[in-house]
Design a protein around this ligand. Sequence first.
Ligand code: 4AD
Ligand code: MG
Length: 433
Amino acid sequence: MTSQPFTEVRFLAGQVGETVRLRGWVRNARTSKTRFIDLRDGSGFVQCVVGAAEADPESYELAGKLTQESAITVTGIVQLHPKTGQPELLVKSLALIGGSQDYPITPKEHGTEFLMENRHLWLRSKRQWAILRIRHTLVKGIRDFFDGDGFTLLDAPILTPSACEGTSTLFGTEYFHEGMAFLSQSGQLYQEPGIAAFGKTYCFGPTFRAEKSKTRRHLTEFWMVEPEVAFAHLDDVMALGERMTKFLIQRVLEGRQEELKILERDLAPLETALTTTFDRMTYTEAVEKLKTLGSDIQWGEDFGNDDETILMNATDKPLWVHRFPKAFKAFYMEPDPLDPKLALGADLLAPEGYGEVIGGGERASSLQYLLDQIDHEGLNRADYEWYLDVRKYGGVPHAGFGMGLERAVAWICKLPHVRETIPYPRMMGTLRP
Ligand code: 4AD
Ligand code: MG
């Protein structure tokens, strides 16, 4: 007997009437006279129907004994479910590949702590499958967007000698005779020299913040995409970030309908974000608005998580907030020529209560200003010499931003917490699995 090649669940809709072989894992097996197996193979989900009349006797018996997460191969005819119109498999034969005893995650409700401890198994759940496939689509979309727009990928190092986003959230490790190295908080400082070589660059990799905050938005290890553009100003950053965001939403709406459905995602807000011009307001205007919404924020204070939630709860439209007080922004930001108390930074806040997903702005162009800022922040000039060279040899206005991938996934999937947006989350108190 020649054995047939395997197909994948995702192809079944085009194979109705054919006899096919599948391999995968048993999500659930129900036994009555006819036996039903919910099978998943990583590419999708399909119901297998095992009837005494169609299946061979050993297979029929085995189907009655299958446990959750057993690995099997199964052969049968693809047919359309009479009610749902979805492909299902009328089984002729099946075989056990790997048994599974007492799988810990059962269809009943489990607490988050338990699921997090079993993250390596939790990945098999339908909801996690849907989220991580949307993450995949965003990663691919990000690369396609920048690659298609003339950007050159310029990978940034992960081991760095100095801080980009303030010294309070650095993870350190000893580095031979050089003393301490730090896990990168951002690839930005390495993109800035890159623009003088390539015009437009981006990096996209893991970044690290030793955040002591336990919030639904903070990871200690997260992925950030960081484009940087020569001859660009603040407005260009907002325009680029908006274009990229819409491109990504479009990609997900086009390619991930099944996943969005599993997540029961309301598509209307995503369609609004896709089709309308994002709102814009200055930090000063945002503070005024927050006060009318009941926040006790004072001018000069950074937004707290709550402020971002209050500001973005009542809207489906993303919002650019720009021109922040320089005092709480990073040392590298260009001051506003109209008001030197302000920095030319811009954050994109996602609607539906999500808050900041993008942070960026125009970079300081004056060498002297940057030296003063470095001194003011108590940073070591020697660590930044190379960075300052961008201003010495053909300095040009330039600007860029960073988008946290997990924040974007959380918003697009409408998840309550970023911990589900990354395969193996790293947070304060979470290092395993
Ligand atoms: O606003 P941030 O700190 O900006 C920078 O790092 C700039 N150097 C980026 C640039 O201009 N090239 O971080 C950028 C984004 C945030 O908007 C947020 O989406 C994400 O990175 N982010 C985090 N995501 C998860 N957990 C954390 N602890 C995060 N910190 C920042
Ligand atoms: Mg920020």
